[in-house]
Structure formats: C-alpha cells, structure tokens
Design a protein around this ligand. Structure first.
Ligand SMILES: C[S@@+](CC[C@H](N)C(=O)[O-])C[C@H]1O[C@@H](n2cnc3c(N)ncnc32)[C@H](O)[C@@H]1O
Length: 245
C-alpha cells in the first residue's frame, strides 16, 4: 500500500505504508512479514518525525539525510516510533551492495552438499530492503561520530501483533523504538547498526581503496556473512521492553 510521502522523502523511492512482498516469499512469510497492520494494533500513536538534510559539516553523514523527533516534546523511553518498511525478500534476491537491507528472520536449515553428499547447515535469511521503497525509518542513521551522541537514543527491534482473520497468526515487523533514555525534543533519532557494520565497511574500503560511502553506499552487520545474505543488519529480538529495566 502506498500513500502521500512525507516532506523530503526522495521522489525516486516508493513510499510505503505496508511492506512489499517479493513473489518468491512463501505464503507463510507473506502473512508474517507483509500483512497490513490495523492502526488499532500499533503499540502507540506514531510520534511526529521529520526527514531532514544533515547540514552540520561535523556530522559524519553530512549532505545525506536523517530522521528527527519533530514533536514538541521528548519521545518517552520504549515508545514505538515507526516500522522499518521495504521490499521483503528471500535470500537469493539480496542486493549485496544495499545500504538499507536488514534481516527480519534467520533460520538454520539443513541441506545436502551436492559435492560431498554431507548434511550441512546454512543460515536462511528473510530481508527487508528499503533502497527502492520504504518509509521514514530508512533515514535512521547510526549514532557513531555524530556530535552530542555518546550512545544511540533508539533501537531496532521486532514487534508482533495478531493478524485479523488468520486464526491467531502473528504479524512481525522490524521497528524503530525510543531507547531507555527516550529521544529529546528536536533530536536526531539514531540507532546502533552494530560494530560489525563498520568493521565490514572498513574491510571493504581497505580492499577497494574507497573510504566510506554515500547515501547509497553503506553496508550492514558483519554478523550476517556476505555468503548468507549480502550485508544485512542483524534482526534483534522481539520488543519486550526487558532492556528498559
Ligand atoms: C540506512 S542509510 C541512513 C540514511 C542515509 N543517511 C540517507 O540519507 O539515506 C545508511 C547510510 O547512512 C550513512 N550513515 C549512517 N550513519 C552514519 C554514521 N554514523 N557515520 C557515517 N555515515 C553514516 C551511511 O552512508 C550509511 O550507509
């Protein structure tokens, strides 16, 4: 489903209000990851956010965009901010160069190695890539190096709800949530992509001699091997607020 994009959303990216399913997904994965979520099943009303161009030359993503708390008050700790929407895809379709691909599910599957005939284990990943389609969450930057940030003020975690008319099946989304200290009024909303993301990027920069990347040149969590699925960020546990203490 699409609707009017928010200000500063790039015209080249399709604005989504529900994830878009790859035809290669199984029916069960489509129900789990791509069912529409009724507004009544949202954890809380969506706080106001704004996509803004980063004008501060000291910001490591200067010239790119970020997502900001645009309400007239702090966003309290543990508040759901937005789902992370995009193209939900199977492992075979992962774009290894995507800056916007994160993993929703990692399952260990056993299969026969065609060469040795041995049973081998493989991690199968369902990803959500917001490169070509997505929502505000695709603009969430990593806190590292951003002036004024010692730690992230938000987290990526899964959320679940019961999908109507499916006999109790759970819908699952990756989402951005306010961290344990909340998000100050006007502050940029920043998560941690994980150390693996930046280690991987350093390794690739060393190999190619290209340092950093533009808005379309980043990578993701090294905890998910490139062989498994590109450079996807790792899915977190379901949001149970246990980390809020
Ligand atoms: C998911 S996008 C975030 C939104 C992006 N800034 C944009 O305007 O589209 C991830 C990319 O943002 C940039 N980025 C995010 N956090 C960063 C940071 N702390 N330092 C440098 N670059 C960052 C990198 O280019 C990264 O690949």
């Amino acid at each position: 489903m699409t609707s009017t994009p928010p200000p500063h959303f790039p015209p080249s990216v399709q604005y989504l209000t529900t994830p878009s399913a790859s035809p290669l997904l199984s029916p069960a994965h489509k129900v789990t990851f791509c069912s529409p979520c009724p507004p009544s099943s949202l954890p809380n009303p969506p706080p106001r956010v704004a996509i803004r161009k980063i004008e501060d030359p000291c910001h490591p993503a200067h010239g790119q965009s970020g997502l900001f708390n645009a309400s007239n008050k702090p966003i309290p700790r543990g508040t759901w901010i937005r789902d992370y929407l995009g193209f939900v895809h199977a492992e075979a379709e992962a774009d290894p160069l995507s800056d916007y691909d994160l993993s929703l599910e990692r399952t260990v599957v056993e299969e026969l190695d065609p060469e040795t005939g041995e049973l081998v284990q493989r991690v199968q990943v369902i990803g959500c890539d917001a490169t070509k389609m997505g929502n505000e969450s695709r603009f969430v930057n990593d806190y590292r190096g951003i002036p004024g940030f010692q730690r992230p003020n938000a987290v990526f975690e899964l959320r679940e709800w019961e999908v109507p008319g499916t006999g109790g099946k759970k819908g699952v989304r990756m989402a951005v949530w306010a961290g344990p200290h909340g998000v100050e009024k006007g502050a940029e909303i920043c998560v941690s992509y994980g150390r693996g993301f930046w280690e991987k990027r350093r390794e690739e920069a060393a190999k190619t001699g290209v340092s950093g990347a533009g808005a379309n040149g980043a990578s993701a969590d090294g905890k998910v091997g490139k062989a498994a699925v590109g450079r996807q960020r790792r899915a977190r546990r379901t949001h149970d607020k246990s980390w809020l203490g």
